[in-house]
Each structure stands twice: as C-alpha cells, then as structure tokens.
Design a protein around this ligand. Structure first.
Ligand SMILES: C[S@@+](CC[C@H](N)C(=O)[O-])C[C@H]1O[C@@H](n2cnc3c(N)ncnc32)[C@H](O)[C@@H]1O
Length: 511
C-alpha cells in the first residue's frame, strides 16, 4: 500500500487562523487569501515530504509557501502579475540575512524619512513648488484609465499629490539599495504601502486612522473615500517594512527548526500562465493540488490590481486579460465561457496530477451550475469525489453575514482523488429537495445550523444522485425552503434555528 492510497480525507471543518502567520498576514493585502493553517493541514494530509504541491490559482501564494516550508516543492501559478510579485516576494524572504534587510531599511530611513515628513506637512502650493524644483523625485507611472466601475476615471485620480510624491520618492530610493534581495523585500513593503497611500483607503471604524484598507479589497471596486485620509508616508512605509522583516524572521526560524529536526529541503517555483496552458508544462507530474479558482463575477482580479501592476511595471497583456477566469470585468467576459473554462480548468488540474494523487478545490457560489461544472469535469477526467467539507462559521464569515445576511459566506472544500476511472455524468436522476433537507436536518443534534452548510449538503447530495441540474432555485427560494422546513433565521447568530411553533421539524432536528 502506498502513501496516497492510505490517506484518509479530512472530514471536518478546520477553524481558520488568519492572523498568526506573519509571512501571510500583514505583509501585503490580496483578495480572498486562504487561512494558512487550513491550507497547511491539507498539504500535510494529502502530500508527503519531497512531493510537488501546486496551486494553479495561487493568489498571494499561501499554498506554495506553506509547501515550501514543509519540505515540498511548492509551485505557484497565477495569471495576475501582482499575485506572483507577492508570492515570490514572500517566498524569496528565505534568502539572505535579516541584517541585510534591516540595513536596507536603515538606509531608506536616512534617505527618505526627513523629506517625507517635510512633504507630509506641506500645503498643496508648497508641494507644487517642491515638485517644480525637484522634478527627478516625482517620477510617476503612466496615467492609465481605470475600470468603468471606479469612482474616478484615471490612475492619478486615485491619489493626492502628496501620496503620489511620497510613493515616487520612496520608490526611487529603493532602487538604489545595493542588495538585490533587500531591494526586492523593500519593494514588497513599498507595494503594501501603496495599498494605504491612496484615496481608496478607508479607515476601519472605531480604530486608529491607519487601520483599515483599500476599497478594492472590501467592496471590489475603486471607491474613493469622501474624505481621504492622508497617512504619514514614512510611518506607513516603516510599518509595512517592519512586517516584511517579521515575516523574514519567521520564515528563517521555521527553516532553522526544520534543519535541526531532520533537515529542510523545500523548494518554490512560480509561473504566470493560464491554468490550461500550465497543464501542458506540468502534465502528469504533480502530487497534490490545493486551489481556489475565482468564484464567477465577484472579483475582477486584474482590473482591481491595476493600481499595483501599473506602478510596478507589470501590466498584464491582453491575452492574459482574456484568459482571466471571471465573469464580466472590463472585457465583459461572458458567463457561459466562464462555466466552460471552469470545467476545463478542473480537467487541466487532474491532467497535471499523477495517478492516485489528491486535489482539493475551494469554492462557493449561489449559482449551482458552477458546482456542476467542477464536479462533472472531475468525474469525467477520472477523479473521484472523496470529501466535501463546509468551511463556515469563522469570524470572517460572521463579518460578511453582519453586512449582508443573504450572502453565501465561507466556502466548501471539495477533495478528489485521481483514480483514472472516468465517470460519465448523466442528467437522469431524481431529487426531492424537501426530503433531502429533512434527511440532512435529521442528522443534527444541535439546535441551530448554518445555511451554508445546508446549501452545500443539498448540492452534493443532488450531484451524487445525478440530479444537480434539478436544483434551479434562486437564493430567495432556498431561504424560503429553509423556512418551509420549519427553520427560523436568527439575526444575531446568523444561524438557522428550530422554530418551536413547527413541531414536526423539532422532532427530526433533535434526533
Ligand atoms: C480566489 S483567488 C486565489 C487566492 C489564493 N488562494 C490566496 O490564498 O491568496 C483566485 C486567483 O485566480 C487567478 N486567476 C484568474 N484567472 C486565472 C487563470 N485563467 N489562470 C490562472 N490564474 C487565474 C486570479 O488572479 C486570483 O489570484
């Protein structure tokens, strides 16, 4: 019996820990970053040391970085240049000494702190005069147009002159750092600073002015603050750079510990390709894939990354933009194509896996045809669904629920094993959703249940009965079904609780 056939799939939800790892939290913001502890547990369960672990929709690199630190070869891929910049930037912190990075920060302090503080105190007129006498300090990127959904039209409209000037000054100073590694690390901190020194930065309510984030990460568009906050540029950068140094120290320490206990031989590679293209390169060579593809039209990653990609000189090509797996965006990418390509991407993932290896896909959406595309494609490509776990109920879930209770928050982790048995999917099954709900509720001892959990179970049960196509309800209709089943939505806990007035359900629910 080999390792892969003996693996027992993860059968329960892993509580998310988002903030503990300094290598992921606080270095650089990105969209829908996965909790590192969940990713790590999956990597440890489904692969072994020396294995190749891939995330083809890698985002900020959590999967490949955790794989690297756990003695695997982590392969990161993402069509978004910003994602690769962040992931490689963090992974490369394993090189060089902490002292080298610290002295780069000291160098920047000497070069920039005084001027930045002076600029921070200047009036608009004084700044303009300063710009006239020192034009070489004010080297700005191209004033590109912004996506249609933005509050403003062009790149420069996203900044005050002070913000643009401060970022330009810092950027120029970073270029003159001798050490290539330290220069990269400081550029990572600079890019994270860019997320704060612009007019889309919104301070978090009831916290220090500097706490908060850009609207691109919260409402997924360039919303400009009514009264933009002008954070002190040097302090903001110093904070970001300190976080990068903390991440480096943590990575060094993790590797040191590994070296003391059996040795460290992890590796990291990065690609920036469409996942179907990547499959030609990595055919039949990967031991484990953990990934979360884009969920339809929620987030246009490339559009929203314009603010970074433009100034970093990493503007994506038209063909990269056309292959982004999303619905809508500036190119108005059609939904039909998204569903087809989502299915083909899953097939591409399975093509990259060696036989008997495992694949975990994180996903959530009200549109059940998206799930259908994933599940059918996996079956048709010779992978068997072994577990479907709802990762719901953590603090981020509650926060989303507080904002909008009908939103589907959290996600499902679908885990498959490639066994080479191709299953033809059919549309012939029958499914009675009310019966299925009663059955699922009957399995519960608890008095309350998460709507997402019920939704996910219904989707999977219907798929197993070859009847996922019969689930045509809208989100409103699904919520109505829960009420009809005798459940009541509790606004405080955001859970569905047994409605005492519906005695029939109370029997089945507390079974
Ligand atoms: C949900 S995010 C992944 C976030 C990641 N799990 C993390 O922890 O940061 C999905 C990613 O898919 C990328 N993407 C979109 N279309 C792609 C394509 N065709 N090929 C590869 N990556 C793509 C996006 O740029 C985005 O970073």
């Amino acid at each position: 019996m080999n390792f892969y056939s003996q693996v027992k799939p993860i059968e329960t939800r892993i509580p998310a820990d988002r903030q503990r790892a300094k290598r992921h939290y606080g270095v650089h913001p990105y969209f829908t970053r996965r909790p590192y502890n969940v990713v790590r547990e999956y990597v440890l369960r489904f692969s072994k040391e020396g294995d190749i672990v891939l995330d083809p929709f890698g985002g900020s690199g959590v999967t490949a970085i955790e794989a690297l630190l756990e003695n695997r070869l982590g392969i990161h891929n993402d069509i978004n240049p910003l994602a690769n910049f962040i992931a490689t930037g963090i992974a490369d912190l394993r090189f060089g000494s902490l002292e080298e990075y610290e002295s780069a920060l000291q160098f920047l302090k000497q070069e920039c702190e005084h001027t930045l503080n002076k600029m921070h105190g200047m009036s608009e007129a004084e700044l303009l005069e300063f710009k006239t006498i020192s034009p070489n300090l004010f080297q700005f990127p191209e004033n590109v147009p912004l996506p249609r959904t933005s509050d403003v039209k062009r790149y420069f409209d996203l900044f005050t002159l002070k913000q643009l000037g401060s970022l330009a000054l810092l950027r120029k100073a970073i270029e003159s750092i001798d050490s290539k590694l330290a220069r990269r690390a400081m550029l990572l901190a600079w890019s994270a600073t860019l997320a704060k020194l612009n007019k889309t930065f919104l301070s978090a309510e009831g916290r220090a002015e500097s706490r908060g984030g850009s609207s691109v990460f919260s409402i997924y568009r360039y919303k400009v603050a009514k009264e933009p906050v002008e954070l002190a540029p040097w302090e903001t950068f110093f904070d970001r750079a300190t976080n990068v140094l903390k991440a480096k120290a943590e990575i060094d320490q993790t590797i040191r510990l590994k070296k003391q206990t059996g040795g460290w031989h992890g590796g990291f590679q990065s690609y920036s390709e469409d996942v179907e293209q990547l499959a030609c390169r990595l055919d039949n060579s990967v031991d484990y894939i953990f990934t979360d593809p884009p969920y339809g039209g929620h987030i246009s990653y490339l559009d929203l990354s314009t603010i970074w990609n433009t100034w970093l000189g990493l503007t994506p090509s038209l063909s990269q933009r056309q292959s982004e797996l999303i619905v809508g965006g500036e190119l108005s990418l059609p939904e039909k194509e998204y569903v087809e390509r989502l299915g083909r991407s899953v097939k591409a993932c399975i093509k990259m896996l060696k036989r008997e290896r495992w694949l975990s896909i994180v996903f959530q959406h009200w549109n059940i045809s998206y799930f259908e595309a994933i599940l059918n494609s996996a079956a048709e490509a010779g992978a068997e669904l072994k577990a479907a776990i709802s990762q719901v109920g953590d603090p981020v879930w509650s926060m989303h629920k507080k904002k909008n209770s009908s939103v589907l928050s959290g996600e499902m982790i679908l885990t498959f094993q490639k066994n080479g048995v191709v299953r033809k999917t059919s549309h012939r099954g029958r499914f009675d959703i009310s019966d299925a709900l009663t059955q699922v509720l009957g399995e519960f001892r608890d008095e309350e249940v998460l709507g997402e959990y019920l939704f996910n179970r219904i989707v999977i049960e219907a798929w197993k009965k070859s009847a996922i196509h019969t689930l045509t309800f809208s989100r409103g209709e699904f919520l109505q079904l829960l009420s009809d089943a005798g459940l009541k939505y509790d606004q405080l806990s955001h859970k569905w609780v047994r409605d005492a007035s519906q005695s029939q359900l109370s029997l089945s629910f507390s079974k």
